[in-house]
Ligand binder design. Structure first.
Ligand code: ADP
Ligand code: MG
Length: 680
């Protein structure tokens, strides 16, 4: 794990860290932002901006505790920004707190700053003579950025160690290599700096101010209850101003005149990168670059409190002025003289990790993958963390980003999903309605079959005896008319009962391979007397070739009879009824359409057609069971029925049935050959 990592369950895909990372060191994978260790410069920007607190920083408190519990003396080196970090606690109490934790001595890093300032002054003068640029190197994040991403500028990095390393070298010279040294400051990148082989071995561990505070809490060190204490080691003055932007120059005694163009002081991520890019392009007159990635270390990622940079600067300036009362320039010069020969040099060898820029075609392809087909589609909204859709596409090519990170793309996908959901919701609602109808019909079918069966026998007896009595009566007998009425009405009852029995019977389906052409011809023939009497022609047409289909032929005959009868009933003399059979969607279903040129069906009746006992025919003519029976038969065949009708023009009932053809039945194996029986 690197110095900064992500807590996956806390990451909420806001991509703010992607946007704020100056090193493109954050990769989004499976929607999760992950820090790429070798690309990270440990600047801590992602830690600062993550509202979810999903970034984890390497914790070194345990390591330091183990050092403190060990035999060797442990020296604390405190970064000069500490009075602002622990405000309003008295700085002396913080120093006392550090001692209470068990540190043998507490030194101020500012002394290291004093030493390096002197080196900078020398370097500045020689660079000035040679006319070559210098990039100051106290900020480890800037050093890492140049080494990793701008190797062309590496030669301009000042070959001077940071104040932290300088102080560590001072302590090691004074106390030998046996001591342990812990740096404490607001910077995360320091944890990375001490591992750099070019300076390794000087500092043993780095704690952030936040980690120090945690150690105070864990060890129940109450800062305000302690007696204030002063620093050990050598005294310093302006070196304490290093964490303020321009502090290095002030400490080195270099001019920061606003009319001076050869020195540039830059702070903050964006301006820092701008300055470096400008230098790379060979633009500008500046020759000395004092660059800090944060707005000075007083705005470092682990300063803990919410004070503004200005408030922190004020606190620090007050502290420096106050402390300067106790240390004269002479004290400082004498202190430093002992280390005039200390080696404060360093080299830079971190490998470059600059990414390959993908070719134009690949970027274009990726833009299309992100649904950016034309420049108008490129909203450049920045929601993905990249300033433009093109830069995001480049990041996708480089394996840093995912196409789905795009907000407009997701909104688009979501809308499609909503539409698909709406469609399936409607289909589901329709299917449910059909199911309710089918269930209603099924239970009605069972009930009516039972009732019809019971009524059938007594009704037969009534009919039989009324016929016998009719025969026995003489012509002209006044009772004859009454008996005829009994026979007529009983016959009507018999028709209704037959209808009810048919309705009940549809719940049993017995499918066999059926020749539909033959079946339709037979039904038309059977119904031709009725059609002839009504003066209506019945024609048929068939898909050619028409394979045999698995059907319950008896029920399909009944279905067709009912549809043709209705059509004939609705069609005036001279009209035409057609029965058409077609195969649909690669022989997966067969459609049987019964069309007439009759009176049509008013819109308000359409929804009632399949309800049992709905009829518009006069008493004695219709039972209202024909279409209910048709509906039941269609459903038992897993089919569908639809009606298209226009009043005055005609009606078409189209039945669509799944077509298990002979081939399909054979392919489905021996079981398929058997008759299929379905029961509701
Ligand atoms: P019935 O034929 O006994 O009335 P159905 O269930 O067969 O019962 O038909 C119900 C009603 O649907 C009919 O009374 C009629 O109003 C209407 N109908 C059915 N088929 C047609 C058609 N082809 N043209 C016009 N109306 C029809
Ligand atoms: Mg009918």
């Amino acid at each position: 794990m690197g110095i900064v990592s992500t807590i996956p369950e806390k990451c909420k895909r806001c991509y703010t860290c992607v946007r704020e990372c100056p090193a493109k060191a954050i990769k989004v994978e499976g929607g999760q932002a992950t820090v790429i260790e070798e690309r990270c410069i440990a600047c801590g920007n992602c830690v600062k901006v993550c509202a979810q607190k999903a970034k984890l920083i390497e914790d070194n408190t345990r390591q330091v505790r183990e050092m403190l519990d060990g035999k060797r003396p442990v020296f604390a080196c405190i970064a000069p920004s500490f009075p602002a970090a622990f405000h309003p606690v008295n700085p002396g109490n913080v120093i006392a707190g550090v001692r209470r934790l068990g540190f043998a001595e507490v030194w101020e890093v500012a002394f290291g700053a004093e030493l390096t300032s002197r080196q900078y002054l020398g370097l500045f003068e020689s660079a000035q003579r040679q006319g070559r640029p210098v990039i100051a190197t106290p900020c480890p994040a800037i050093v890492a950025y140049v080494e990793k991403y701008m190797p062309a500028l590496r030669e301009y990095l000042a070959p001077i160690v940071s104040p932290m390393i300088a102080l560590a070298r001072v302590i090691r010279r004074a106390y030998g290599s046996d001591v342990r040294i812990v740096f404490i400051g607001p910077c995360i990148a320091k944890k990375d700096e001490i591992r750099d082989p070019c300076v390794a071995g000087a500092v043993d561990a780095v704690l952030t101010f936040e980690e120090l505070l945690r150690m105070f809490c864990e060890s129940s060190v109450s800062l305000n209850d302690l007696q204030p204490s002063g620093f050990d080691g050598l005294r310093c003055r302006l070196g304490r101003s290093f964490p303020i932007s321009g502090g290095l120059l002030r400490s080195a005694g270099l001019s920061t005149d606003i009319l001076e163009n050869n020195i540039i002081v830059v702070e903050g991520k964006d301006r820092a990168l701008d300055a470096l890019h400008e230098l790379q392009r060979g633009k500008g007159k500046a020759r000395f670059f004092d660059i800090l990635l944060c707005e000075g270390c007083i705005n470092g990622p682990k300063m803990m409190n919410d004070l503004s940079v200005f408030a922190r600067k004020e606190i620090l300036a007050d502290y420096i002025n106050d402390q300067n009362r106790y240390v004269t320039q002479k004290d400082l010069v004498e202190g430093m003289a002992a280390f005039s020969d200390l080696d404060l040099g360093r080299e830079f060898h971190k490998p470059s990790v600059a990414l390959q820029v993908p070719d134009k075609d690949r970027v274009e392809e990726t833009l299309k993958l992100m649904k950016k087909f034309s420049p108008d589609d490129q909203l450049n909204c920045g929601a993905c963390g990249y300033p433009s859709c093109r830069e995001k596409a480049i990041a996708v090519c480089q394996g840093l980003a995912e196409p789905e990170m795009c907000l407009p793309y997701l909104v688009d996908e979501l809308q499609g999903l909503i539409k698909r959901l709406e469609r399936s919701h409607n289909e589901l609602a329709q299917a449910q309605q059909r199911l309710v109808q089918t269930e209603k019909l099924a239970s009605m079918g069972q009930l009516s079959a039972g009732v019809a069966h019971e009524i059938n026998n007594p009704l037969g007896t009534i009919l039989l005896y009324s016929h016998i009595m009719l025969k026995q009566l003489q012509d002209g007998d006044p009772r004859k008319q009454d008996l005829q009425m009994i026979v007529k009405e009983s016959t009507r009852c018999k028709d209704i009962v037959r209808g009810l029995l048919d309705f009940g019977r549809q719940s049993r389906v017995s499918k066999t391979l059926t020749d539909l052409k033959e079946l339709v011809a037979e039904v038309i023939l059977l119904n031709s007397p009725k059609a002839n009497t009504a003066g209506v022609k019945v024609k048929s047409s068939f898909h050619d070739p028409l394979p045999q289909i698995m059907l319950d032929s008896g029920q399909i005959k009944q279905m067709l009879t009912n549809l043709i009868n209705n059509a004939v009933d609705a069609t005036p003399k001279g009209g035409l009824v057609t029965v058409g059979v077609t195969m649909q969607s690669q022989e997966k279903s067969v459609e049987i359409a019964v069309a007439d040129s009759g009176c049509g069906i008013p819109r308000e009746n359409l929804s009632k057609l399949f309800t049992p006992f709905f009829t518009t025919k006069q008493l004695g003519k219709g039972t209202g069971l024909g279409l209910a029976i048709v509906y039941g038969i269609v459903k038992m065949h897993n089919g569908d029925i639809r009606v298209d009708s226009e009043v005055g023009k005609g009606t078409t009932f189209t039945v669509s049935l799944p077509a298990a053809t002979e081939d399909a039945v054979r392919e489905s194996g021996p079981a398929g050959e058997r008759q299929k029986t379905g029961l509701i």
